[in-house]
Design a protein around this ligand. Structure first.
Ligand code: ATP
Ligand code: MG
Length: 321
C-alpha cells in the first residue's frame, strides 16, 4: 500500500507529539533524527553526557514500533562483539550463530571514537552494505537499520577519531546543546513526582504511531515531495562550492549531494509541505555538510570555523526564486 503525502504529514505531526511527551525541547535534534530514519540513513550525535542521547534513540524506537540496542565502544571491543559469532554447542556438537547487537533497528553506537579502527570499520562497512559476513555466511541487516553514533568530545586521550572517509557515511551530524532554562525547569519539575522522562517512556504515556514494517512505505512517499529543477541546481551548487571555497581544504563528496537532497525532502515533509524550499536546504546544509569538510590549517589556526565557511557559501550561492 502506498501512503499519500497527506498521510505522511499526519504521521510526522503525531510522531513529534508522542516524542515530545518524553523529550523536552530539542526540536531541531528530533527533526534531524527523524530525517535520518525516514531516509534510511545514519547519523552522528554530538553532545556532552547526560543530554538525553540514549533517551532520544529509545523514544524514537518506541514511537516507530522499532527495536533499539546500545553498544558502548571501548578500546578492547572486537568486530565480532558487534556483528556476532559462531559458538560451539556441546549438546549437539555443532556451531550455532549468536547474532550480535547489530541485528536491530536503531543501534546507538556510544563513543564510537573509543574503539580502534578495525572495529569502527566493521560497523561502518555494515552501515553501507546493510549486511554482515560472519564466518563466510552473509546475513542481511534489518530493513530499518539505522546507526546513531556518538563521539566523546571531552576525552581525547586514548581515542580513535573517525577518519574523514568514515564520517562521509553518516548522513548528518546532530549537535545537541543543553536545554534552555524553561526546558530544564520543566525537566526538574517532572522529577518531583513519578513523572520522569524514563517513567513516561516506560509507562503507558507514549503511543506507537506506525509499525516498523510501514516505515519503508512512508519512505517511498518521500519521492512524491516535489523538487524543482532550480532547487536541484541550488543544492548541487552549494555542495560544489565547498570544493572551491578558499577556507576549505577538503570539500564535500557527491554522496553529500545525495544526502542533502534526501534530507531536504524529509525536512519538507516534517514541516508539513509537499515541496522542497530553499530554506529546507539552507537549514540542513550545516548538519549535512559540516562533518565532511576539513578547513585549511591556516584558517583553523586563526580560529575560523566550518560553520562560518558554510555560512559564507550559503551567502555566495544564488538562491532560486
Ligand atoms: N531534553 C530532555 N528531555 C527529557 N529528559 C532529559 C532531557 N535532557 C536530559 N534529560 C534527562 O537526562 C538524563 C540523561 O539522559 P541520557 O542517559 O539519555 O543521556 P546521554 O546523553 O545518553 O548521556 P551519556 O552520554 O552519559 O550516555 C535522563 O534521565 C533524561 O531523562
Ligand atoms: Mg547515553
Amino acid at each position: 500500500m502506498e501512503f499519500s503525502t497527506d498521510e505522511l504529514k499526519q504521521v510526522m505531526i503525531r510522531l513529534r507529539r508522542e516524542i515530545a511527551k518524553v523529550i523536552i525541547g530539542q526540536d531541531d535534534v528530533i527533526t534531524c533524527a527523524l530525517i535520518a530514519v525516514f531516509t534510511n540513513n545514519h547519523a552522528l550525535i554530538e553532545g556532552v553526557p547526560g543530554i538525553a542521547k540514549t533517551l532520544l534513540v529509545r523514544t524514537l524506537a518506541k514511537v516507530l514500533g522499532c527495536e533499539s540496542a546500545r553498544v558502548q565502544f571501548t578500546p578492547d571491543l572486537m568486530p565480532s562483539d558487534i556483528t556476532g559469532t559462531n559458538v560451539f554447542n556441546f549438546q549437539n556438537n555443532e556451531f550455532n550463530l549468536v547474532k550480535g547487537p547489530i541485528f536491530t533497528d536503531f543501534l546507538l553506537a556510544d563513543e564510537i571514537n573509543r574503539a580502534p579502527a578495525k572495529t569502527q570499520a566493521a560497523l561502518l562497512q555494515a552501515m553501507q552494505e546493510r549486511c554482515v559476513t560472519i564466518d563466510r555466511q552473509t546475513l542481511q541487516l534489518d530493513a530499518n537499520f539505522t546507526v546513531f553514533a556518538t563521539q566523546n568530545p571531552i576525552e581525547y586521550e586514548g581515542t580513535y577519531p573517525l577518519p574523514e572517509a568514515q564520517k562521509d557515511r553518516f548522513m548528518l551530524k546532530i549537535s545537541m546543546d543543553c536545554p534552555g532554562r524553561e526546558d530544564e525547569l520543566m525537566l526538574a519539575s517532572r522529577m518531583l513526582g513519578d513523572d520522569s522522562p524514563e517513567q513516561r517512556l516506560a509507562g503507558g504515556h507514549v503511543e506507537t504511531v506506525i509499525a516498523a514494517d510501514q516505515l519503508a512505505e512512508f519512505r517511498h512517499t518521500l519521492n512524491n515531495i516535489t523538487v524543482r529543477q532550480e532547487l536541484l541546481e541550488y543544492l548541487v551548487d552549494i555542495v560544489r562550492a565547498t570544493r572551491t571555497h578558499e577556507t576549505v581544504l577538503v570539500g564535500a563528496s557527491p554522496r553529500a549531494t545525495q544526502a542533502l537532497l534526501q534530507a531536504g525532502r524529509a525536512h519538507a515533509a516534517i514541516a508539513e509541505r509537499d515541496f522542497v524550499s530553499p530554506d529546507d536546504i539552507k537549514t540542513l546544509a550545516p548538519a549535512v555538510l559540516g562533518h565532511r569538510l576539513i578547513l585549511r590549517p591556516e584558517y583553523e589556526i586563526e580560529g575560523h570555523t566550518i560553520a562560518e565557511s558554510i555560512g559564507s557559501i550559503l551567502q555566495e550561492v544564488a538562491v532560486p526564486r
